[in-house]
Design a protein around this ligand. Structure first.
Ligand code: DAL
Ligand code: ZN
Length: 242
C-alpha cells in the first residue's frame, strides 16, 4: 500500500470539512487501496506512442513508429543468456537486480532466452513461426516485424537455468515462473500477455514475457489489479491486425 502522508492540522481541518470524507469517518469506512493508488498516479505522465518512452504500447493495432526504430541505449545483459542479450539501460539494470535477488532467495537461476530483437531479427522470428504453425497460429504467438515489444529494448523472455518449460506455458508452474509472477512488478516489470487475456492483447498466455515499464507504473498495475496495458490505458482490444 502507498504510505499515508502525515498532514498538518490545517490540512486536517480541510479534510474534516469534506462531507464525503467526514461521512466515511463516521461509518468507519476506509477508501479502497486500489482506488487510492490509481487516483494518485498520473497515467498521462509518459507517451504511449513515442518508441523511446518506457510506456510505449506496441500491439497489433499500434506498430512502432518508425517501424524500423532502434533504441540508442542498448547494453549487453550481464546475466546468463541463451542468445546474446541486449536491453535498454534501465531495463538491463532492473533485470540484473531481479535475477540476483531471485538467486539469493532460492539458490536457483534465471536466464534471458530472448531480449532485444531488431526489426530484421523479428522478420526471421515471425517467419519461422509461420513455417511451424501457419500464419493464424504464428499471429497468436509472435508479433509481425515492427509490432514487437522486443524491438523496444524493454521486453525479455525469461527461462529457468537448467530447467525445462522454456517458452512453454508450463513455465508458469516452475519456481522461476511463480516467483516472477509475484515479484516482477517490484522491479518495474509487467507480465505482458497474461492467461485469459488473448482477446485484449492478441496473444496467448506467455508466462515468460516480461515488459519493463518502470517501478511507478508496475506498482500501480499491481495495486489496481489491472492485468493488461490496453485496459489500464483505455486502449482498444488488439486482437487482430487492421
Ligand atoms: N511473442 C511476442 C508477442 C513478440 O513476438 O513480440
Ligand atoms: Zn517475448
Amino acid at each position: 500500500m502507498r504510505s499515508l502522508r502525515p498532514f498538518s492540522s490545517a490540512g486536517a481541518l480541510a479534510v474534516l470539512a469534506s462531507g464525503a470524507i467526514a461521512a466515511m469517518l463516521l461509518v468507519g469506512a476506509v477508501p479502497a487501496q486500489a482506488a487510492t493508488a490509481s487516483a494518485d498516479f498520473d497515467r498521462t505522465k509518459h507517451s504511449l506512442d513515442d518508441p523511446a518512452s518506457s510506456w510505449v504500447i506496441a500491439n497489433k493495432l499500434r506498430p512502432l513508429q518508425p517501424t524500423n526504430w532502434v533504441p540508442d541505449d542498448l547494453v549487453r545483459l550481464k546475466v546468463p543468456q541463451v542468445y546474446d542479450a541486449y536491453l535498454r539501460k534501465p531495463a538491463a539494470k532492473a533485470v540484473t537486480r531481479m535475477f540476483a535477488d531471485f538467486q539469493k532467495k532460492t539458490g536457483l537461476g534465471m536466464q534471458s532466452q530472448s531480449a532485444y530483437r531488431s526489426y530484421s531479427s523479428q522478420v526471421s522470428t515471425y517467419n519461422s513461426w509461420v513455417d511451424t504453425l501457419g500464419q493464424e497460429g504464428a499471429d497468436l504467438t509472435s508479433a509481425r516485424p515492427g509490432y514487437s515489444e522486443h524491438q523496444t529494448g524493454l521486453a525479455i523472455d525469461i527461462s529457468a537455468v537448467g530447467g525445462s518449460c522454456s517458452l512453454r506455458s508450463c513455465f508458469a508452474d516452475t519456481k522461476q515462473g511463480k516467483w516472477l509472477a509475484k515479484h516482477a512488478w517490484e522491479y518495474g516489470f509487467v507480465l505482458r500477455y497474461p492467461q485469459g487475456k488473448t482477446k485484449i492483447t492478441g496473444y496467448e498466455f506467455e508466462p515468460w514475457h516480461y515488459r519493463f515499464v518502470g517501478t511507478g507504473l508496475a506498482r500501480d498495475l499491481h495495486e489496481t489489479g489491472v492485468k493488461t496495458l490496453e485496459k489500464y490505458f483505455g486502449l482498444p482490444n488488439a486482437t487482430d491486425y487492421e
